[in-house]
Design a protein around this ligand. Structure first.
Ligand code: NAP
Length: 322
């Protein structure tokens, strides 16, 4: 990607996936923010035409303001809550992301966490490896098939989760900002109302200010009342959507039966009290982390960046920039 045979200067705000970075490095003049001191950034900033980011990157207004020639912020990820989209839009900078290509993987992981938590698969693995089986059988677990699933956020990934749950004969209900009459599932107006009628509550909304602590003590209490021993919470959205302190309290007091968590408020730091709980299954934000999907995400992020720099419409701008 070049103008008058000079490669276009691009700023990666973090050490991003090699699948994305290798494409950028081959086609652009790539600068990596963590490798630049303030003077080096100031020297290159006036020429930067594109910013590359991941779903958990921060692209604040203060950085956007430093880049007067910026045209596009291309996020490799569907969530873009770390990007100040309003500041970008005000400058005419297009923000793009990578929706749809990761739906299957994130939905697969949600079902995996539901099964792992209900059937205590990591504990069962430890039970065998640790030789405890020789002393007797494991305590009985919970059945998932036929149970009631509540989905908080019925967008692209929420619908992929619902589709899979039907194969487990689960009853699906959901909440979102708006009801979706075209879907065959029951809509409830709030997360608390949904939790009250759910054996499993799966969270799959965007992060950011609009959903911060949407899952709070009130919702967890409702999930606790939903079934004997309380329901199970699964979070594959963003750590910010769940109030970690309220969750730990609900787990320690036995209000809910367990939790399967892929994302955390202060990841990669995970509270010691959470890590100590046996009824919790933890994964390190790997919702979309398979080879094929990450390649598809990198390809789409790179295509968006290239198209915008070539003066063409990006393939998948975020809704605010459409
Ligand atoms: P999407 O299609 O935009 O769907 C988002 C859903 O959340 C929509 O149904 C929306 O409601 C709902 N929602 C938004 N704000 C809400 C609120 N305040 N209260 C209740 N519901 C609300 O997005 P998607 O592609 O499914 O992705 C969802 C999120 O998953 C991403 O933004 C990202 O944070 C997360 N994610 C995580 C991983 C991982 O690795 N764990 C991977 C990919 C994505 P409406 O339909 O009414 O607008």
């Amino acid at each position: 990607m070049s103008v008058d045979s000079n490669p276009i200067p691009v700023l990666a705000v973090a050490r991003l996936s090699p699948l994305y970075m290798s494409q950028l490095a081959a086609a652009c003049e790539l600068h990596v923010l963590p490798d630049l001191d303030a003077a080096a950034l100031a020297a290159v900033a006036p020429r930067i035409r594109a910013v590359a980011a991941s779903g958990d990157s921060k692209v604040p207004a203060s950085l956007i303001d430093q880049l007067p020639a910026l045209q596009v912020i291309s996020v490799m990820g569907v969530g873009y809550d770390g990007v100040d989209v309003a500041a970008a839009k005000a400058r005419g900078v297009v923000v793009t992301h990578t929706p749809d290509v990761l739906n299957d993987d994130v939905a697969d992981l949600a079902l995996g966490l539901m099964l792992s938590t209900a059937r205590q698969l990591p504990a069962a693995d430890r039970f065998v490896r640790g030789g405890q089986w020789l002393q007797g059988n494991m305590p009985l677990a919970r059945k998932m098939s036929g149970a009631r699933l509540g989905i908080v956020g019925m967008g692209r990934i929420g619908q992929a989760i619902a589709q899979r749950a039907l194969a487990f004969n689960m009853t699906v209900a959901y909440t979102a900002r708006s009801a979706k009459p075209e879907l065959p599932h029951r809509y409830l107006p709030s997360a608390a109302a949904l939790a009250e009628v759910s054996d499993f509550l799966v969270v799959i909304t965007p992060g950011g200010a609009g959903t911060r602590h949407l899952i709070n003590a009130e919702v967890l209490d409702a999930l606790g009342r939903s079934s004997p021993g309380g329901g199970i919470l699964v979070n594959v959205a963003r750590g910010s959507v769940v109030d970690d302190a309220a969750l730990i309290d609900a787990l320690e007091r036995g209000v809910i039966a367990g939790a399967g968590l892929d994302v955390f408020e202060d990841e990669p730091r995970v509270p010691e009290r959470l890590r100590a709980l046996p009824q919790v299954v933890l994964t390190p934000h790997v919702g979309s982390a398979t080879q094929g999907t990450r390649q598809a995400m990198a390809d789409l992020a790179f295509a968006n960046l290239q198209l915008r720099l070539a003066g063409q419409p990006a393939r998948t701008p975020v809704p605010e920039c459409r």
